[in-house]
Design a protein around this ligand. Sequence first.
Ligand SMILES: C[S@@+](CC[C@H](N)C(=O)[O-])C[C@H]1O[C@@H](n2cnc3c(N)ncnc32)[C@H](O)[C@@H]1O
Length: 435
Amino acid sequence: MKPRDLLYTARDVLRDMLRFDAAADAVLSRLFRAKPQLGKTDRQILADTVYQVLRHLRLFQTLAATDESIGGAMELRLAILGWSGNAQSLHAALSPEQLDWRKRLLAQDAMALPEAVRWSLPEWLAAALQANYGAEYPALAQAMLRPAPLDLRVNVQKTRREAVLDVFARLNLPAQPTPYSPWGVRLEGKPALQDLTVFREGWVEVQDEGSQLLAVLLAPRRGEMVVDFCAGAGGKTLALGAMMRSTGRLYAFDVADYRLAKLKPRLLRSGLSNVYPVAIAHERDERVRRLAGKVDRVLVDAPCSGLGTLRRNPDMKWRQKPEDIAELRTKQASILQSAATLLKPGGRLVYATCSILPEENSGIFNAFLAAHPDFERVPADTVLRQQGVDGEGLVTQGDLQLLPNRHATDGFYAAVLQRRPTSSDRGEADATLSD
Ligand SMILES: C[S@@+](CC[C@H](N)C(=O)[O-])C[C@H]1O[C@@H](n2cnc3c(N)ncnc32)[C@H](O)[C@@H]1O
C-alpha cells in the first residue's frame, strides 16, 4: 500500500479504536483479516502508528488542538503525530505542510504542560499513581510510555536456555538471558517468530519475564495436583506444566471457552501431557467444588484492570474507569475465596494480577487473610530464594511487586498464601518424619 493510503488507513483505524468499545488488538486483527493484501511492513507501520497514538493520546490531542493550520479530522492529525514508519515513508506519506506541522508540534516544550497531559494519563489514574507511588510516580509514568521488549520463555520440557540463545546467535538475532527468570530470553527487535523453527517446535513461547516469575512463585512440583484457576489462553499454565515436567495433573480453569480454545495449539507445541482444560461457569461451579481440599497448588491470575501492561496495551488506560475497578475488586475477592477452598492443608496459592493499583492487589489479599485465620502469608522472597531467584528488590512488604521502571517487566503483583496444616496433618507429618 502507498504510504499516503496507509496514513488514511491509520486514520480510519483510529476512528474505530478511539471509541474504546473493543480492545485495540481486536480492532487491528479485524482490520488485518478484512485486508489480507496488507504486507508485513504495512501491518507493522499501521500497528506501531496507532499504538504510538494510544500511548500518547492525551499529549497528541492537546498538541493537535493548539494548531489547526493543516485541517483534517482529529484522527488524521493524530496519525500524523504518531506516524511510526521510517523517514522515507514519513516523507512519502505526508505533504510538505503536514511534515512541517508535525515537526513543529513534536518539537514543542512539553515541560510547560501538566504531568498527566505530558505522560498521557487520565486524571483519575494519574492521581491514583501519584498517591500510591509518590516520588516514583514520574519514573513509573514515563516507563509505561515505552514499548515493551519481546520476552520469551524457554520450554524446559524440550530444551535449555543456552540452546535457544545459541540458535538466536546463529540466526544473527540479538538475544540476552533475562535477569530474573531462569527461563527468560529477551530479544532485541521484533522478529516474526511464527517463521522460526524454535517457535514452531515449541522450544519457546512469548511471555513477559514478570509472568514467568508468577510461575516460579507457585513452584509446583512433579506429581502434584495443581489448578490454574484463571488460565485464559494458558500462558502461565504452560510454564507450570513444564515445571511439573509434564507429570501430575494440572487443571486449567476459565470461564471463557474461547480463551481456553487458544490454549490447545500451544499445548500441542509444548509437548505437555499433564494439562486438563476445564471451562467453568463461575468460580463456585460444581467442578470447582468437587476438588475442594484436594489440591497442592493453585494459581489465581485474577481478572484485573491490566494497568500494569500499559506498555503493551496502552488502550487500557482509556478503557478502564474507576467504577470498573470497584466491580473487579468484588470479582477478585470472590475468586480468591473460592480458589482457596481447593487447597489441602499445607497447600499453597498465589494470588496475582497485572495491575499496579494496590486496591486490586494487597487490598484483596490482606482482606482475605484477615478474614481467614486458617491461611497465612508466605514471604515471596523466601519462595524465590528456594527457587534460585534472587528476590532482592523484587519484593515489597512480603509480596512480589514488579514495575516497568524498576524491573523492565510489566507491572505485576503476586502474593503467596498457605493453608495452615491441621493438627492431625502435623501429627501425620511428625509421624512420617520420625518413622
Ligand atoms: C489475567 S487473565 C488470565 C491470563 C492467563 N492466566 C495467562 O497467563 O494467559 C484473567 C482470566 O480470568 C478469567 N476469569 C474471569 N472470571 C473468572 C472466574 N470467575 N473464574 C475463573 N476465571 C475467570 C478471564 O476469562 C481471563 O481469562
